[in-house]
Design a protein around this ligand. Structure first.
Ligand code: NAP
Length: 250
């Protein structure tokens, strides 16, 4: 499957490491110019160097996606540099796990602010150029936890389930203007986010995954690449599950 994104401009949030950096590199390898966003500049610069080393065009804009003014500045920077935005990947996400009775209000708020409000702010801002262009591809990175729920992750599960409903609503609102909006739901992927899980939890997860292993960031990035491409032109409002079969047998 060859995907050609030359002459397209993409913005990837949470692109400093893990799944987001892999998505950014995959879009750049397919020819897209890529704007990279996360809060930590050093991480973004190292991803940017990797992309440039393989001939890609990119720039880094340190941004907190839950800050409305910062998101508008991010979008202005993209427009000033490249004058258009074709692909938005809302990937930035955090966890603050705790059983509900002991969950702090600030941990509830933090997760909803980044995972849900961040996607809202970036999408609202990105829609302006996309509506003018009458073209756009929006991909929201949700999670299988948004489909199944999980003990200790009520805040995260709620944010990711809401992101799926958000995806469907945006798809319906802007479909007539040539813009698609889809979600991708990874299962257990080897990143910093899952590195902190205990061996026991990882072992339990492995036993429930029909393909018998954790997923790779690259395997999520492949799905994002597909949803961003011409091949997915007639797909909108959907959630693509990339979980090695984890949720299939549930
Ligand atoms: P990760 O390794 O923790 O990376 C998260 C990225 O998001 C980092 O670059 C981080 O950079 C950025 N970020 C966090 N808060 C931000 C904010 N307020 N504004 C801008 N950027 C922010 O996570 P990951 O495992 O790659 O996960 C990426 C996405 O996939 C998340 O949405 C996650 O929920 C989802 N997901 C992951 C898994 C998994 O197994 N790993 C499974 C299902 C879904 P800074 O901290 O520097 O801002």
């Amino acid at each position: 499957m060859t995907i050609d994104l030359r002459n397209q401009v993409a913005l990837v949030t949470g692109a400093g490491r893990g799944i987001g950096s892999e998505i950014a590199m995959s879009l750049a390898n397919a020819g897209a110019k890529v704007a990279l966003c996360a809060r930590t500049e050093a991480n973004l610069q190292s991803v940017a160097e990797t992309i440039r080393a393989s001939g890609g065009d990119c720039f880094a804009v340190p941004t907190d996606v839950s800050d409305s003014a910062a998101v508008d500045m991010l979008m202005n920077a993209v427009m000033e540099r490249w004058g258009r935005l074709d692909i938005l990947v809302n990937n930035a996400g955090i966890t603050r796990d705790m059983l509900l009775l002991r969950m702090k209000e600030e941990d509830w708020d933090a997760v909803l602010q980044v995972n849900l409000k961040g996607a809202f702010l970036c999408t609202r801002s990105a829609l302006k150029p996309m509506l003018k262009q009458r073209f756009g591809r929006i991909v929201n990175v949700t999670s299988v936890i948004g489909l199944t729920g999980n003990a200790g992750q009520a805040n995260y599960a709620a944010s990711k389930a809401a992101l799926i409903a958000f995806t469907k609503s945006v798809a319906v609102e802007v479909g007539s203007r040539g813009i698609t909006c889809n979600a991708i739901a990874p299962g257990f992927i080897e990143t910093d986010m899952t590195a902190g899980l205990s061996d026991e939890l990882k072992q339990k997860a492995l036993e429930r995954i029909p393909l018998g292993r954790l997923g790779l960031s690259k395997e999520v990035a492949n799905g994002v690449l597909f949803l961003s491409s011409e091949m997915a032109a007639y797909i909108t409002g959907q959630t693509l599950v990339v979980d090695g079969g984890l949720t299939t047998g549930l």
